[in-house]
Design a protein around this ligand. Sequence first.
Ligand code: NDP
Length: 253
Amino acid sequence: MGRLGGKIALITGGNSGIGLATAKRFVDEGAYVFITGRREAELNAAVKEIGANVTGVQGDVANLGDLDRLFAQIKQEKGKLDIIFGNAGITPMTAGTTPITPLGTITEENYDSLFNVNVKGLLFSIQNALPLLSDGGSIILNASIVASKGFANWSVYSATKASVRSFARSWASDLKDRRIRVNALSPGYIDTTPWQSSDVAEVRANIEASGSVPLGRFGTADEVAKVVVFLASDDSSYVTGTELFVDGGVAQI
Ligand code: NDP
């Protein structure tokens, strides 16, 4: 029996990157995992890759009807949840815009796309799951180092992640009577799809050359996943409301 034996977990945005790596770790630790994502083909491929003890449910976290369908399915198939990793999110790169959005060039569309997924989608994917979530459960919210940094040109994305970090604090209080722990996880530069686009090759090269990462490299999705397992498991039984950085030290210098 692993550290998550018998637990039922939901990972929003589990068909690639950090979410997929975490789903694999959760299953290895004995959990049954529901993963979501908008892209059905990627979702099916992820389910196949994980292999067992996993169900993929296609849907958009920013669409409340999709969330209703998701929770109805989990209720019918498993009757409860013990762990929720609110991971689905988009970056300026995945939002189809450029990461370079200095104040003065931000559009309404840019703002809406980022806030709809990263804030509204996260809020309702946690709130609407609460009736299914066991007392004593664990919620992990994927924020980012940008929540506490002042990187030029990244203000809208950073503000979405500052909201995520703030939710962890408030919800840890809101849910204390049910002994549900809520923590934020703040990755630094992690080598997943958004950073693999040629559009950001120059930005990435500049980061790598700048020496701004004390550990000297981008992190891997699995290095983040291992920390999510810690926050999901009883190993972190006295940890709530906090923010755990998985960033090679970037946010500390
Ligand atoms: P990926 O692009 O690989 O993963 C994003 C995941 O979110 C995909 O599974 C995607 O699936 C899903 N997703 C996006 N929008 C929605 C939506 N509206 N509804 C449901 N699912 C959605 O990148 P990462 O793994 O890097 O990103 C995961 C999280 O980590 C994000 O919240 C990101 O902000 C955060 N993060 C990443 C960092 C990094 O350097 N990589 C650093 C700090 C934080 P689909 O497209 O099929 O919907």
